[in-house]
Design a protein around this ligand. Structure first.
Ligand code: NAD
Length: 355
């Protein structure tokens, strides 16, 4: 076995149905006394209920989180937190809400407690993102890593089937790329395999019945592991493609991940044999050649849109994306081949199988 260096994430994690009901006790144990609940406008009602549970330590709800954390939204939230002497932000929601908590923490070092209600995984990373003039920049800081994460699968039951499916595939993408990361290690690979297995089984069950609590529990478990993968090792070509689709063409984050994953893994199918054999095993397919198609079919069964053109990519998109990623590549176990990538992205544009 090789030598490894691995930085474990320093945070408390709670997992279980109904766990969020104990949030006041957890916050009090940490000594927080003025807790602001952050949500999107859509989840304000759920935020109010949570704030009521906090009784005397509640400083109310701030329901202004939006996708991709625009700088103006972040600045207003920072002012609000400072003016109201908030000593903890309790983020209830997905990557957008946790993203706002991170932007506040970056400026003010206000600790974050996160209750994730999607499968995006931001709660497990030191990565933050901010958008200014349509340009999204990301960075890393230990100050934005939550102090506590509470996974309560019951809270995800209200996440609509279509968002659940894409968000779950977004999680799977983190686990998949962790398998062939530049700094991959056996501990994270174990988590990645179990994450992929859990999501592969749970997501079709959720789409059939969003109220299926056992499936919600398995998907939350898969997303938890995927979040650890994302927060612990580097990502590769798939995340580069999705960053470009989001940044340059403003495509929706989770859908772009879901659609493109099949093509990214097909491109890498023979690049890191050990990783791809693990991936084939986790997906239950017999060979590396079938991995891309298996993910494409999984998307099909989850009723996820199959074509990038259907989520807003213009016709010149495949060429442009291939060019951008080849001009500024980040690590991938295989080099960036412009022609092959343009052809695969053209298939993704049309929603054709990745073969
Ligand atoms: N920094 C990181 O490490 C990291 C990781 C992953 C994603 N992200 C970022 O997160 C954002 C995407 O996050 P997301 O995919 O979780 O989507 P999201 O947070 O935007 O949520 C999508 C929608 O679903 C609603 N919603 C969430 N949970 C719900 C529930 N249980 N019931 C009903 N409605 C619910 C939200 O209010 C929102 O309207 C992107 O900006 C992405 O860049 C960051």
């Amino acid at each position: 076995m090789n030598d490894f260096h691995y930085k474990a994430l320093p945070l408390d994690v709670y997992f279980g149905n109904g766990k969020s009901k104990g949030v006041k006790e957890i916050l009090t144990q940490h000594g927080y006394q003025r807790v602001l609940v952050l949500t999107t406008p859509e989840q304000e009602g759920a935020g109010q209920k949570l704030a009521e549970q906090l009784e005397s330590i509640s400083a109310g709800v701030y329901p202004h989180a939006v996708m991709h954390v625009p700088v103006e939204v972040a600045n207003k939230a920072v002012e609000y937190v400072q003016a109201n002497n908030i000593d903890c932000c309790l983020a209830l929601g997905g990557g957008s809400t946790i993203g706002l908590a991170k932007a506040i923490a970056l400026k003010t070092h206000t600790p974050i407690v996160a209750i994730p209600t999607t499968y995006a995984g931001s709660e497990m990373t030191t990565v933050y993102g901010l958008t200014e003039n349509n340009l999204k920049t990301t960075g890393k800081s230990i100050h934005v890593l939550p102090k506590v994460v509470i996974y309560d699968p019951e809270l995800s039951v209200t996440l609509p089937a279509d968002i659940s499916a894409c968000s779950g595939m977004n999680a799977m993408a983190h686990a998949v790329e962790a398998l062939y990361a530049q700094d991959k290690n056996p501990i994270i690979s174990l988590m990645a395999v179990d994450s992929i297995r859990a999501l592969n089984v749970a997501l079709p069950a959720i789409v059939q019945n969003p109220q299926d609590l056992e499936a919600r529990q398995n998907a939350t478990y898969g997303a938890w592991l995927a979040g650890i993968c994302l927060g612990s090792v580097g990502m590769a070509i798939h995340h580069k493609i999705c960053h470009t689709l989001g940044g340059t063409f403003n495509l929706p984050h989770a859908q772009a991940h879901a659609i493109t994953l099949a093509y990214s893994v097909h491109y890498n199918r023979n690049a890191d044999i050990e990783a791809m054999d693990l991936l084939a095993g986790a997906l239950g397919v017999a060979s590396r050649e079938e991995i891309g198609l298996a993910i494409y079919r999984l998307n099909q069964s989850l009723n996820i849109p199959l074509a990038l053109k259907d989520i807003g990519l213009p016709e010149h998109g495949p060429e442009k994306v291939a060019q951008i990623i080849c001009d500024s590549p980040y690590y991938n176990p295989r080099g960036y081949d412009y022609d092959e990538l343009r052809d695969l992205l053209s298939k993704a544009y049309q929603g054709l199988p990745p073969v």
